[in-house]
Design a protein. Sequence first.
Length: 222
Amino acid sequence: MTKTLTAMLALLLLALTPAPATALDSEELGEHAYEVVKRVTNQVMERINQNRNIYESDKARFYWELEDVLGPMVDFRRLTRKIMGRYYFDASKEQRIRFARAFKRSLLGSYATGLIEFTDYEVRMLPPRKDFEHSSDNTLVDLEVVTPSGRVFPITQSMYYDLSSYSWKAQNVIVNGINVGQLFNEQFAALVEKNNGNIGAAIDQWIDDLQEQGRELRKRPS
């Protein structure tokens, strides 16, 4: 499973809600996050299906429609900082912005392609965990993604409640046993080391890798 596909699945689960959640107990937090993820997932799929007919004729508009739903829900600055790790503080402001923009563009593009090509996959929402101490700093939502071939990818989404925007935001995801945040962080660190500490060159290669994996995803049968 490539980092593009794992990220594509992760993006499907990012959620936003205006309702305050800090006063809820553990079980209520789990249910609150569950309902938010369920609602937003349905909204994303509705937007995809509504605009499926323009994918081939106007990809720019199709991506814009997707970003219109997902953009406000994804904290790409936070994701950039998590992936770049300690190198985030060594990078210039311009490098951070470039990485975040390219990362956003590549993932949204790959995500859109996956949704279009894999028309028969199913997302199953699992009941909120009752054996986990949910909190506003870490609430878990479990799902399963079933591909047209019948392969099942178990997913655990870790979410936190952002008090500044009264919204749930994803902070990590485990897909089929793969810790995506940790995986991306390790891959970027390896690219920096491979490029002898040159962060700019590592960013270039990271972007190239994302684009190549996006092309491979479009060729791969489900």
